[in-house]
Design a protein around this ligand. Structure first.
Ligand code: SIB
Ligand code: ZN
Length: 433
């Protein structure tokens, strides 16, 4: 067994307390072996100096479309429907598998540089997303997003069957760092007849479902008008609300749907920056948490954010949550830190998001010497309201050091950025011609 000690730091423990301690990792199993005072822990094969920094669970971005880094800043200042139809979907039609590989690599680089060690991703040409994640050393739940509207039956079936095939083929890949889900895009972009046929096949596969739900009023009204029930009641009737399933957004959920989510255990991934940027609405996060709903945190894609920095997402969640509840004590610092770690990990079914023996060895170490993190009254407050991705100095996933002292060890940053820049511009040229 090869062991790594993260020494000389202060550690964020599951109860959101901070204590001076070392952390001992088993690099073969990718697990945390022990947390405690330096003198109490056995010697390790390797030591990584936390330099009096703050050791936190690696952040988990529970809803993303990583390859959309290629479209960062391409189409801003529009609501969801016109943004997708007029700008995003036309250029996505031009993206090649290699483009998606390049965009995903750029996203993974940004995640490693900002302390994110796990994420959920809905896209296509997922074999290229798998390849990028395998090489980058991160933990991910991946899936092919299914859209059947606007497609003939053969194309619609092919899209859903691709999602099942991908989920079956890659679940457990990368020595277990990769898991999968079947990902119908949303309850209004996938026809009921296909849900009826393919959801049971998903259950046979034993992987969860992930889909966008209740993001905008336009996603809710048609279902209520046509079915006389709420979208998540429809989802439940279609067998899409298991405890292992997780939905993105959940902005326009009413009390009935909050109660349903609390009862089924289906996770909700709150994406505050995307919801604000697309003017989708303000999710009732505090009400969902008070009802016992599992709430994770996600950035969505970088074309509706526009970065993958989960520190910014925590800050947005806290600020928006207070406004949405008209209550400055709502969605407080501890709540958003828990959302970005334990909440997201639970929603994705990762044994990560907490620093205690037996959990995955997914961690980040924050350099506290910055002026914007001074003085150190309350480090949990700093995580929510002051820290930023660029404060992360070490990132570790599955017990492997992916970034040390801000140097990404296993990816060539310059070539990744140059490739993404080139491929993004070429894709835009193709859509403009
Ligand atoms: N098989 C589908 C691809 C679906 S991938 C996931 C889709 O979600 C889109 N997406 C990104 N952000 C959002 C959002 O906030 N709400 C809904 N869809 C989004 C993204 O652009 C992408 O088209 C097809 O061939 O079009
Ligand atoms: Zn999304």
């Amino acid at each position: 067994m090869t062991t790594l000690r993260i020494a000389g730091g202060q550690v964020l423990r599951p109860g959101m307390t901070v204590e001076r301690a070392d952390v001992l990792l088993d690099q073969n199993e990718g697990k945390i072996l022990a947390v405690g005072p330096a003198d109490d822990l056995p010697d390790a094969d390797e030591t990584l100096d936390a330099g009096d920094g703050l050791v936190i669970p690696g952040l988990v971005n529970a809803h993303c479309h990583a390859a959309m880094t290629l479209l960062r800043g391409y189409a801003d200042d529009k609501p969801l429907e016109s943004w997708l139809r007029e700008d995003i979907w036309p250029v996505e039609a031009e993206l090649t598998p290699e483009d998606i590989h390049a965009g995903t690599e750029l996203g993974l680089l940004e995640m490693i540089q900002s302390g994110t060690t796990g994420f959920a991703d809905m896209y296509y040409h997922v074999e290229k997303v798998v390849e990028a994640v395998e090489n980058a050393g991160l933990r991910a739940r991946l899936g092919h997003g299914v859209v059947t509207i606007g497609r003939n039956e053969a194309a619609a079936r092919e899209d859903f069957e691709t999602s099942l095939e991908i989920a079956a083929e890659f679940d457990g890949a990368a020595d277990g760092r990769i898991s999968t889900a079947v990902m119908p895009h949303s309850l209004t972009t996938v026809g009921e007849e296909y849900l009826e046929e393919y959801i049971p096949q998903t259950r046979e596969l034993g992987v969860p479902l992930h889909y966008h739900a209740n993001e905008t009023e336009d996603e809710v009204t048609p279902i209520v008008d046509e079915r006389g029930e709420r979208p998540l009641e429809y989802a439940r009737d279609m067998g899409m609300t298991d405890a292992s399933d997780f939905v993105a957004h959940g902005v326009h959920v009413d009390e009935t749907e909050i109660g349903l989510l609390a009862e089924t255990g289906t996770g909700v991934v709150h994406c505050p920056a995307s919801n604000m940027k697309l003017a989708s609405g303000m999710a009732p996060v505090q009400a969902m948490l008070d009802a016992g709903v599992t709430v994770g945190l996600g950035t969505d894609g970088t074309a509706s954010n526009n970065d993958l920095d989960m520190f910014g997402e925590m800050r947005d969640a806290a600020m928006l949550g207070k406004l949405a509840s008209n209550d400055a004590s709502a969605v407080d610092a501890e709540t958003v830190v828990r959302m970005a770690t334990e909440g997201s990990a639970t929603a994705l079914g990762f044994d990560s998001g907490r620093i205690e023996a037996g959990a995955n060895a997914d961690l980040a170490v924050i350099d506290l010497t910055a002026s914007h993190l001074t003085p150190r009254h309350d480090l949990v407050s700093h995580l929510a309201y002051a820290a930023r991705g660029s404060d992360v100095k070490h990132t570790i996933c599955d017990g492997n050091v992916l970034m040390a002292d801000r140097e990404v060890l296993i990816m060539d940053e310059t070539s990744i950025r140059e490739k993404a820049e080139k491929r993004a511009k070429e894709a835009i040229r193709r859509v403009d011609n």
